[in-house]
Write a protein that binds this ligand. Sequence first.
Ligand SMILES: Cc1cc2nc3c(=O)[nH]c(=O)nc-3n(C[C@H](O)[C@H](O)[C@H](O)COP(=O)(O)O)c2cc1C
Length: 453
Amino acid sequence: MARQGLKLGAVLIGVGDASGKQLWRDPDVPLDASVNIDWYVRQTREAEEAKFDFVFIVDSQYITPDFPNHHLNRLEPLTLLSAVAVATSRIGLVATVSTTYSEPFDIARRLASLDLISNGRAGWNIVTSQDPGTAGNFSRAGHGDYEARYRRATESVEVVQGLWHSYEDGAFSQDRSAPRFLDPAKQHRLDHRGDFFSVGGPLNVQRSPQGQPPLVQAGTSPQGRELSARAADIVFSFARTPEESLDLARDVRARAEAIGRDPDELLFIPALGVTIADTDEAAAQIERDRTTAGDIRDRLGGLSRQFGGHDFSGYDLDSPFPDVPLPEAAGIRSFHDDIEKARQRGSTLRNVLEAQALSWFRLAGSPRTIADRLQLWYESRAADGFNLFVQHPADWERFRAEVVPILVERGLFRAEYEATTLRGHLGLPHISNRHAGTANAAAAATDRERADA
Ligand SMILES: Cc1cc2nc3c(=O)[nH]c(=O)nc-3n(C[C@H](O)[C@H](O)[C@H](O)COP(=O)(O)O)c2cc1C
């Protein structure tokens, strides 16, 4: 697949997630930003005016009082994106839905509904959920280890995609004079029987103009990489350097090739945070001020999450990092790797908390410096695009007004939308129904049998 220009996503995180715990104190951020649909609509329209490929809504279903403010009080992604869909017309809408805590029939139906409501702009970020406590909110005895969660995810994706093939184009013939509403030969049951799910189908909603929502996967453990290779159109990551991103891309592309996929079909889109000022020095100073704002102990909640809820509040910040085992079933693998490396270096708890604020790709600089760095990543194939976490309104404004025009001028990013669907924006092919033509073939065979008789 030929590269079609840089892709840009905007991650809407209201009053601020773990990457911006102090964001809510910015007077330009409404205090109810995470539950304020007008704020989501406004930010999505701004992203659409700048011709972004998509907005992306992260999600989880378990909290403690220490979690970041955005997690404590936020809208459910598909509900919120349905409202955003009717207030926008071109931009893609990517929702996070967990395979561990949802049934595939429900996932297929809810995403297909968003896809129809938005005329083909929905996308699915597949997650297996990182917080073991989630099990307690879903009447489950346990969260399941990596292996079990990713096996379930793989089968869930297979079922969801199978259900999205329930109807061929034109299945709803809706011929009043016949009279016939549905052509039953173009409606297909799934009849899936697997290790985790038994699903008959068919789905009770038709296909959208893009055929199926594109799939996103962000797990970087070996199991997560395997799922990306098998199913993902887009791989999100927290890669901090071009080398890290290239390593991930090489590995996942090799896994995809090994199972017969064209490795160039996959798009690698790392997370990005920006601080923008007139000069690089001024931006670096703002970044330093923000990093040291607030009590460093506020960050213990984020660390605790990586350890499945372990309470770090009683430890001395300046002693070596405590000898607490990393849980097999919780957290994010790339952050676990960071913690292991910090331990090997003899870092203190304070060092780890300080570094955590910078644990993914952050750029502080003038608009030109930022555009230069993004171009470097894109041209070295370390990234096909970036997932910009929308934090301080001033940076968001300057990114759209000053960085995007430089990228457009350099021919790296679109000046206008050429497509109407998310697949179209991403340069991904429309997915044809896998049963298409089989009804005609079956009818022809029946005709032949009749003729022979
Ligand atoms: C940009 C980005 C966004 C993510 N969003 C979510 C999310 O909304 N909900 C979630 O449970 N995990 C989210 N994750 C975490 C991953 O989906 C995955 O669960 C996590 O990386 C743990 O899997 P791993 O250990 O295989 O990496 C996100 C990761 C990235 C890089």
